[in-house]
Design a protein around this ligand. Structure first.
Ligand SMILES: Nc1ncnc2c1ncn2[C@@H]1O[C@H](COP(=O)(O)OP(=O)(O)OP(=O)(O)O)[C@@H](O)[C@H]1O
Ligand SMILES: [Mg+2]
Length: 354
């Protein structure tokens, strides 16, 4: 009897291990596949075409982006909150030669110096209370990739000095360590305050400023490129529809007009949020003025209007109020139905919204 209990035990243990190994291999390949898919999704999300804008000021931004996307040049992104600085930083990374390597973003505003230092540069075990083991800094994690320094204007002096080393020589030193390490990172930084003013005020090192600011891109505020609003609205409505698998939401002309008149202190982010809210509030109907929650005062302050524009707004508002019923609208406004038809045709010709 060659085949005894022992060999049976051995064989079944072997078979079990083999099964686990095969299953692991299958899981690994599935994970790898998912990883590739995720990376593709991220890359698509940050294609240049996802940055919407047709205005002259945005065309200038695109021109610059195309020129610098394949270089390692340091870029400073300046612009108010919500103007797309982070979006541009990611687009530069995911469209450039470093796309297969990580992009690491670090918020630098209002962080304690020691915390920020240990985050960026890492630390040696025992270098301060709580440093229970050696820790890699984020610059090391980003090696080969891109580092996005967000809110750079607030960086404290000690870290400014260490940053200069990174930019000049690609060198970092972990807190409490003597060893110098080399990293290869492309630096993109962002600020919503003027870094130049900070330099003048003595808050920011001039030499670091010049290193960071090899190229500066000024992201224009939305109120200075109102011509892009319609495009952005369409872009966000399309995106929401793809994301939630429902048909693209329509928006009335009056609502579009109100969006175009508003001042957008929170820029594109505020527009995106406003639309997201409106989509929910309007349920399965088009987005109307009523479903837009934007401050009235600013909406009206958004530019002087001619009598003709007031006329159009009043008419379109009433039309919306009466759910598009022209007879009732004409009645309410004290005009003839003929006049209303005439006006609507005229507006349709000059401005093909919706
Ligand atoms: N030109 C644009 N086209 C499409 N989406 C945009 C555009 N600009 C900004 N966005 C979107 O608006 C939101 C805010 O953009 P982002 O986070 O890049 O702004 P930011 O300048 O970094 O703002 P903050 O200074 O507040 O950090 C994001 O959801 C972004 O995708
Ligand atoms: Mg940002």
């Amino acid at each position: 009897q060659r085949f005894n209990q022992e060999s049976l035990n051995f064989l079944s243990a072997f078979a079990n291990n083999a099964a686990i190994a095969i299953e692991n291999a299958r899981l690994m390949s599935q994970l790898r596949q998912e990883n590739i898919q995720l990376r593709q999704e991220v890359q698509e999300r940050y294609r240049f075409s996802e940055i919407v804008g047709n205005s002259t000021s945005m065309q200038e931004v695109f021109d610059l982006l195309n020129k610098i996307v394949n270089s390692d040049i340091s870029v400073l992104l300046e612009g108010e909150s919500g103007t797309g600085k982070e979006l541009v930083a990611k687009a530069l990374h995911y469209n450039g030669p470093r796309r297969e390597k990580p992009i690491i973003a670090q918020f630098c505003g209002n962080l304690a110096e020691s915390l920020l230092e240990s985050e960026l540069f890492g630390h040696k075990k025992g270098s301060f209370t709580g440093a229970i083991r050696d820790k890699k800094g984020l610059f090391e994690v980003a090696d080969g990739g891109t580092f996005f320094l967000d809110e750079i204007a607030d960086i404290p002096p000690l870290i400014q000095a260490k940053l200069l080393r990174v930019l000049q020589d690609g060198e970092i030193r972990r807190v409490g360590d003597t060893e110098i390490r080399h990293v290869d990172v492309r630096i993109i930084s962002a600020t919503n305050r003027s870094l130049e003013d900070q330099v003048e005020a003595g808050q920011f090192r001039e030499d670091l400023f010049y290193r960071l600011n090899v190229i500066s891109i000024k992201m224009p505020p939305l109120r200075e490129r109102k011509g892009d609003i319609q495009l952005l609205v369409q872009h966000f409505l399309d995106t929401f529809s793809i994301r939630s698998g429902v048909p693209v939401k329509k928006i009335t002309q009056a609502a579009m007009k109100a969006l175009e008149n508003y001042n957008w202190p929170g820029n594109v982010r505020e527009l995106e949020n406003t639309l997201e809210r409106a989509v929910v509030l309007s349920q399965d109907r088009p987005i109307t003025l009523e479903s837009l929650i934007i401050p009235k005062a600013r909406e009206l302050a958004g530019g002087k209007k001619t009598l003709k524009e007031h006329e159009k707004e009043i008419v379109l508002r009433s039309l919306e109020e009466y759910n598009g019923n022209k007879t009732k609208t004409a009645d309410a406004l004290g005009v003839s139905l003929r006049w209303l038809h005439y006006k609507l045709a005229e507006w349709r010709e000059t401005e093909p919204a919706e």
